[in-house]
Design a protein around this ligand. Structure first.
Ligand code: URA
Length: 265
């Protein structure tokens, strides 16, 4: 019995919504499969998430049967980016002094990759000088690594620099803040404070070679000790030098969010 005037038009059954969405977008992977392989539950559970309107693709609520390209589309559950592909690992290492940020060193010095598991093979994201200590991300997610190091994303890096020459005068701190001439050009404005006499907390978003050391040298206070204490939203005061841990899901999602879901063009 159907079609009487005044009857409420019933919602099409879920499978019909599914078929219509699939036909409209035959390319890509099924959204529920993508969610399931990234740890959001069984396919059934993921279908329910979609049916409940909790999943968006590029900001639009997705319907069952939606196909996506997870490399390109920004997929969120309850506003949270869906995160990592399986097989990808993300380690946060507290790099000790004297360890080089490369996969292998011709001079035979210890390398950061020797401090984390061998398999799967990971690479450092960006670089810390051999004498710099502190937080370094290592991953096999080349896409995220590329975005994190791409200057257009300007991910903040915060350092604690112990400098020689004692207390740094306010005028010199101001020049660091405003930008200072180095041999490869002016530095962008930086956040700089002096939490202790002769200790500078410097936040930059550029990634030039030996930048913090050269900035401090330029104001007449060469660096004696340099420690990176933050990368974007990532911090950890409990990791001892040489220790590492995997990133948590929320940490990873925050990083992904910070650099956007799409690769820079
Ligand atoms: N700036 C430096 O001078 N050295 C580093 O290792 C990182 C930033």
């Amino acid at each position: 019995m159907s079609g009487r005037r005044g009857d409420r038009v019933p919602e099409p059954p879920l499978w019909e919504q599914w078929a219509a969405a699939s036909a409209a977008m035959p390319q890509g992977e099924r959204l529920q499969k993508v969610l399931a392989t990234r740890g959001w539950g069984s396919r059934r559970v993921c279908e329910e998430l979609i049916a409940a309107g909790r999943v968006t693709v590029d900001g639009e609520v997705a319907v069952l049967g939606r196909r996506v390209d997870p490399e390109v589309d920004r997929i969120e559950v309850d506003g949270v980016p869906i995160g990592a592909r399986p097989g990808l690992v993300y380690y946060l290492l507290n790099k000790p002094r004297g360890v080089v940020t490369t996969a292998s060193d011709p001079q035979g010095r210890p390398t950061v990759v020797e401090l984390v598991p061998d398999e799967p093979r990971v690479y450092p994201v960006g670089r810390l000088d051999v004498d710099t200590e502190g937080l370094l991300l290592l991953t096999n997610d080349g896409d995220l690594a590329q975005r994190l190091t791409h200057p257009s994303h300007g991910v903040e890096k915060e350092y604690l620099a112990t400098v020689s020459g004692g207390r740094v005068a306010q005028g010199r701190i101001r020049s660091l803040r405003e930008g200072i001439e180095l041999d490869d050009g002016m530095t962008a404005p930086a956040q700089v404070s002096q939490p202790d006499s002769g200790v500078l907390r410097i936040t930059i978003h550029e990634g030039r070679n030996r930048q913090v050391r050269r900035m401090c040298e330029a104001i007449g206070h060469p660096v004696e000790r340099l420690v990176r204490v933050r990368i974007g939203t990532l911090t950890d005061r409990t990791l001892k030098p040489g220790q590492w841990r995997e990133l948590g899901r929320a940490e990873l999602n925050a990083l992904i969010e910070a650099v956007g879901a799409r690769a820079p063009r």
